[in-house]
Design a protein around this ligand. Structure first.
Ligand SMILES: NC(=O)c1ccc[n+]([C@@H]2O[C@H](COP(=O)([O-])OP(=O)(O)OC[C@H]3O[C@@H](n4cnc5c(N)ncnc54)[C@H](O)[C@@H]3O)[C@@H](O)[C@H]2O)c1
Ligand SMILES: [Zn+2]
Length: 336
């Protein structure tokens, strides 16, 4: 069943004080960076970091919601990066079996990816997003003024997902990204706005076609299968891990689909332009061990997203041994 689409609002305004009726959820960074925003509001604040994306944080939020006397008509607004919106969406979807909620993403990654699509949840041990819901927010406010305080490495992180859309669907976007760099988008509001809107459109299109990930939504996992394993094992930022994951997928495609080595080479070059890595000294067996516990596996292997070309992707069922070979060649940087 397709739930109703959220309302999107694009703006660039220095965030104003929030309405007192709603309850806000954010992390301590945003709370400290934007004190005026939260003045006089009912706000639940938790500590940033993937290690706090847990059921314990959701329990804490639930306790606070009870204390604030949140009821079925109270709107919950998650203001922050992907961790905040994932937790806020999940907490709002489960408290009293679901309250209305919306998001104000404050990272590039949140704006182009995490806040969109209705998948929200928390980690369990080494398993990323193992527990969660699919439930669309009522609204998403994309306010690029927040990005003015975003640290450099978080820009790179967000660009990993932008590059992912380019690889999957949009070779013109790939070329545009190649012509520019992070500094260009940081200094050019209009170009940044257009870029965010292009990504929002791609993700929204896929989610609208396949909200519950029975088909094409799986494509959005490009770079995320091995990426998530590396992210969890080595506490690596999401975008960096996805960058390495995309290169691993290119190495697999070369062997499995016979694609040209130049695809991975072009991607590695583009990643480096956006300060993202293409290789990393991971332990192949450790990564394989985490992959064998992946949500997307079945008995014979794992569904993997591979590029046939820049802008064209497919879903392929792979055995763990072919993944292992590609992990070895990525680790050694043998092709790229
Ligand atoms: N639900 C989905 O479909 C989906 C998609 C992609 C990623 N995700 C999840 O999103 C998370 C990653 O999101 P993220 O990269 O936004 O991470 P994040 O939420 O950890 O934010 C990154 C850091 O930037 C800080 N920050 C946020 N906004 C800021 C601002 N405007 N100025 C200064 N600092 C700011 C945060 O406090 C945090 O320290 C992961 O947990 C990932 O699993 C979910
Ligand atoms: Zn991602």
């Amino acid at each position: 069943m397709q739930s109703s689409s959220p309302k999107y609002i694009f703006q660039h305004s220095n965030p104003k004080p929030l309405p007192a009726k709603s309850i806000f959820i954010t992390d301590t960074h945003i709370h400290e960076l934007y004190p005026n925003l939260f003045k006089g509001t009912r706000t639940i604040v938790f500590r940033p970091g993937e290690e706090h994306k847990t059921q314990e944080t959701v329990q804490y939020i639930t306790k606070e919601l009870l204390q604030f006397e949140a009821h079925r008509k109270t709107t919950i607004v998650g203001i922050g990066g992907g961790i905040v919106t994932d937790i806020a969406g999940y907490a709002a979807s489960t408290y009293m079996r679901g309250l209305p909620f919306g998001f104000m993403p404050t990272t590039l990654l949140g704006m182009v990816d995490a806040a969109i699509g209705g998948k929200n949840g928390v980690n369990y041990g080494l398993h990323k997003n193992l527990v969660g819901t699919i439930n669309q927010p009522g609204f998403i406010i994309f306010d690029t003024a927040f990005l003015e305080t975003l640290p450099d490495h978080e820009w790179s992180n967000g660009f990993a997902e932008v590059i992912k859309y380019a690889c999957l669907f949009d070779s013109a976007l790939f070329d545009e990204l190649n012509r520019n760099d992070i500094r260009y988008y940081r200094n050019n509001k209009e170009a940044l706005n257009t870029l965010i809107q292009i990504c929002v459109q791609w993700k929204t299109k896929i989610v609208n076609e396949d909200e519950h990930e029975n088909g094409n939504r799986k494509l959005l996992n490009f770079g995320h299968t091995a990426g998530h394993a590396i992210e969890t094992l080595y506490h690596m930022p999401h975008g960096q891990a996805v960058a390495i994951g995309m290169i691993i997928a290119c190495n697999i495609a070369e062997k499995e689909l016979g694609t040209d080595a130049s695809i991975g080479q072009k991607l590695a070059l583009l990643l480096s332009k956006y300060d993202l890595p293409a290789t990393f000294d991971f332990n192949v067996q450790e990564v394989i061990n985490v992959l064998t516990m992946d949500k997307k596996r079945n008995d014979t292997g794992i569904e993997y997203i591979l590029l046939k070309n820049i802008g064209e992707a497919c879903i392929t069922l792979l055995s763990f041994s072919s993944i292992e070979q590609a992990l070895v060649s990525t680790k050694n940087g043998s092709n790229h």
